[in-house]
Design a protein around this ligand. Sequence first.
Ligand code: FES
Length: 347
Amino acid sequence: DDRHAVQELPRCLCRILPIEVSLDRAMSPLLRMRVAARWQAAEGIDAFELAPADPAHTLPPYEAGAHVDVHLPNGHVRQYSLCGKPGIGNRYRIAVLKEEQGRGGSRCLHDTVAVDATLAISAPRRACRLQSRDGIKVLFAGGVGITPILAMAYELLGRGEPFELHYFARTRARAAFLDELLAPPLAQAASLHLDDESAPGAPPALDAALRALPADGELYACGPAGFLDRISGWWQREGLAPERFHFESFVPAAPSGDGAPFEVEVASSGLRVTVAPQETVVEALARCGVEVPVSCEQGICGTCLTGIKEGIPEHRDQYLTEQEHAANQCFTPCCSRARSPRLVLDL
Ligand code: FES
């Protein structure tokens, strides 16, 4: 129904019709949403409650840890975790930290998207999922990383599963959703760790919380890279089971360029281009006049997804699933590279 769905597909996705899983994802129409409410959740972090532009439209359900692609008025696409109560109400909620030095996505949302504005978004996609294993779930959030963690807390509450939630922030003013975290029913599970309210000389709160983890605990973490690096370093030093640590990062796991040179060939024209070590495939093709549409340029959104006719890519994205990586039928040229000396691209 195009009254509440924007019927458009990224051009590159139309090229990979034989890839069943990617096609399914690509065929999901965008949802047209209205900003039903907007408020300050913390210093620099605004929450946006999104309702279907057509109130008769029922939004797809989602699980905690899911995110949506938000198509911004400036033409960029950004990914934001859903941070409401999964399964409750015909609403999605995101919260966005305004990054003055960022690439412009959060500034666009903060500066131009008011209540009653409409936005196109993707259907929810899952990034980090709560596993159903024995053992208490422990949720760690740093800064705006509270967004997927809050949805997980609500999902665990709904399941009646015990959990702990530890929220780390520099100051009280910069901690988001405290009105929900410090009130029942979340308050019984939530602990707030604020840098500027810790006792002088006290050990870092993150280290103390890690040392206090239950022996059979399963850790879910989201936050800035330094926060996650510290947790992951501790996890490895302690020799804990890797399958009990799940994290969601705001940044791609691998740099976009960096590696050995290789050649790409454009199947339709036979054009061959060498991709230099510090260059992405998208940049190398652009040098020769071949434009590949991009958005995130970090391997997150799938806008640049390109089919592969020959060769083996080195996948560096977070968009494709493990099965799609293994199939090697498409890759994200904004960040991925090649294992074989040459890739023939379905362009
Ligand atoms: Fe977003 Fe390549 S541009 S994955």
